[in-house]
Design a protein around this ligand. Structure first.
Ligand SMILES: Nc1ncnc2c1ncn2[C@@H]1O[C@H](COP(=O)(O)OP(=O)(O)OP(=O)(O)O)[C@@H](O)[C@H]1O
Ligand SMILES: [Mg+2]
Length: 143
């Protein structure tokens, strides 16, 4: 587990961008943190680190956005609208736990609680310290 203090949204994006090159196919990143913590900023950086062209935006009408054209495909899930575990379990998204590429899941705590499954899942938790500061704790990606 590593810890990083972010002082700006650019810092948070840069952390994602640094981790992108470490990602291997099959990796699942479970992102947790309150509204406006910076989860989508982190995904924007991760996409940059995977050399994905184009813009990242959270899936709104669908549960999953897929970004191609990078080193690995990136599947971006946002579970915000799924309020209960039952809704999540009936959404048919288990396939994204064994991705042919990398999955990154906003509001992953709604699916996994505080303990994401071991194996190919790595947790990234973003805590809001102040308007611009965030404490980001994350599992090692390389392992
Ligand atoms: N250190 C920081 N890291 C990330 N975002 C920051 C930071 N400081 C300020 N911000 C601002 O906080 C907001 C984070 O928005 P973002 O959409 O990434 O959050 P989110 O966690 O995805 O929210 P949601 O739960 O609504 O999906 C942005 O407006 C960003 O500019
Ligand atoms: Mg978001």
């Amino acid at each position: 587990m590593a810890m990083f203090i972010s002082h700006s949204s650019a810092d948070t994006e840069d952390l994602g961008a640094r981790l992108g090159p470490l990602a291997r196919s099959g990796l699942v990143i479970a992102l947790s943190g309150d509204l406006g913590a910076g989860k989508t900023r982190f995904v924007t950086g991760l996409a940059r680190g995977l050399l994905i062209p184009g813009r990242v935006h959270s899936p709104t009408f669908t549960l999953v956005n897929e970004y191609a054209g990078g080193r690995l495909p990136l599947f971006h899930l946002d579970l915000y609208r799924l309020e209960t575990r039952d809704q999540i379990l009936s959404a048919g998204i288990e396939e994204f736990l064994e991705p042919a590429g990398v999955s990154v899941i906003e509001w992953a705590e709604r699916w996994f609680g505080d303990d994401a499954p071991a194996g190919n899942v790595r947790q990234v938790r973003i805590e809001i310290l102040s308007e611009t500061e965030r404490k980001i704790t994350y599992d090692d990606f390389g392992a």
